[in-house]
Design a protein around this ligand. Structure first.
Ligand code: PLP
Length: 421
């Protein structure tokens, strides 16, 4: 093997859930004689209405004179012009904005966008000062663990835990007593709705974070991979927030196009320009085929429509089933389900869990149920906090029967775990 550079070394390790996925794939592959209930998937379900929408858009593109222009040519690194126009028109009209083509960049998936931002704005300055990538509320998206070439730049903050009146429910809140955004901050980043917890930061919380960042000229990237208007995977009211230092980041992956790799950044022209140059150097531009079909789905309103009438209810109903099953099946141990405000996941916390999240994952696997242990969802958190080993993530992508059966197994395993302690 060739000698690796620091960056080479950093980028040749898989981080977070990707590392666990290897174990899960091997388990599923080895389990040919055994039916595992897989509650670990990160891939969205293929919903027939959504697949049909993309098929129709593709047919329309194929039949149009635009086809050659789209697939046989390079384009602008900023993105395909009709797609840019469709997104701007939709957002300006929907949210009363006046964004222009200087405020938008199309990227090959939103993960790429976070990579550009994390490395253009976080890491060492030319003077050698470290500018941090602040994750204001941990846990958050595990993929943030791999976005920086300078791992020490990532800093996450422990949340405040709110236990409401309703039994066995909780919610994370940003802890503004702890959170520091200052001259050493390069950018702030969080998902809303949040993968893995389903949390939605309130408008007020987002505003407060943006206000803390504004005096230091720090961009706040709001990862809106699950937000309205598409895929609209919010089960609670929420409004996308815009502002001079907010970069609103969209992904089409949960709206049925994960394979086409389409992300969008909306915000300050200066920041957009920096990200665009980064992208040009790295990969020139995103796939134009995906942009061309997404233009049709957005301009006609069909994508926003299907998001609200098909995608959101599909996962919302799964969350209800999950909640009802847990309430009925779980033993009297201190379990807490995070409020399901959005996303395609549910997050469970077991207070004083006698074993680690990894051991619980293994015990569940032995009973035929695969979940994701929670600890990889705390990238950048430097405290030794027992809570990080007391949680699991379950996805809402399984069938109703699988969810019910899987959770009944979970209840038995958890009961045995607490009893044996
Ligand atoms: N952000 C969050 C919160 C996600 O859950 C995901 C994917 O699961 C991504 C970003 C990456 O998505 P994309 O396919 O747009 O790169």
């Amino acid at each position: 093997n060739p000698a690796l550079t620091q960056f080479g070394d950093q980028m040749s390790h898989l981080t977070g859930v990707r590392a666990i996925m290897k174990d899960i794939i091997e388990t599923l592959r080895g389990g040919k004689d055994r039916d595992f209930i897989n509650l670990s998937a990160g891939n969205p379900v293929i919903l027939p209405e959504v697949e049909n929408l993309w098929r129709d858009c593709t047919a329309d593109l194929m039949a149009s004179s635009e086809y050659g222009e789209v697939v046989c040519r390079y384009g602008s690194s900023q993105g395909y012009e009709p797609f840019i126009e469709a997104v701007l028109a939709d957002f300006n009209q929907r949210y009363g904005l006046s964004l222009t083509d200087r405020n938008i960049l199309i990227t090959p998936g939103s993960q790429a966008l976070y990579f550009f931002a994390a490395n253009a704005l976080g890491g060492y300055t030319t003077e050698g000062n470290l500018r941090e990538i602040v994750l204001p509320l941990s846990p958050d998206y595990t993929g943030y663990g791999g976005v920086s070439l300078v791992p020490e730049a990532l800093r996450a903050y422990r949340p405040a835990i709110e236990i409401g009146k309703e039994p066995h429910r909780f919610k994370y809140r940003p802890d503004f007593q702890q959170l520091e955004i200052n001259q050493n901050t390069g950018l702030v980043l969080f998902s809303r709705p949040c993968n893995p917890t389903g949390n939605v930061l309130t408008d007020e919380e987002v505003r407060r974070i943006a206000e803390l960042a504004a005096p230091h000229n720090v961009p706040v990237l709001v990862d809106s991979a699950y937000a309205p208007p598409f895929p609209a995977l919010n089960f609670t009211e929420m409004t996308p927030m815009f502002g001079s230092n907010i970069i609103h980041c969209i992904s089409l992956s949960k709206a049925g196009l994960p394979g086409e790799r389409l992300g969008v950044a909306l915000g300050d022209a200066g920041v957009i320009q920096v990200l665009q140059s980064f992208q040009t150097n790295l990969c020139i531009h995103s796939s134009r085929y995906g942009q061309a079909i997404a233009t049709r789905a957005i301009a006609s309103g069909a994508l926003a429509d299907i998001s609200e009438t098909v995608i959101r209810p599909h996962y919302g109903n799964k969350f209800t089933i999950l909640e009802e099953t847990l309430d009925a099946a779980m033993p009297e141990v201190p379990w807490f389900l995070h409020r399901g405000e959005g996303s395609i996941f549910a997050w469970l916390w077991f207070q004083d869990l006698p074993i680690s999240d990894w051991e619980l994952y293994q015990a569940l696997k032995a009973h035929g149920v695969i979940v994701v242990p929670g600890s990889p969802f705390f990238p950048g958190l430097r405290d030794d906090w027992e809570h990080t080993h007391q949680c699991i993530r379950m996805s809402l992508t399984a069938s109703n029967d699988e969810i019910v059966t899987g959770l009944r197994h979970l209840a038995k395993v958890v009961q045995a775990v607490y009893q044996s302690a």
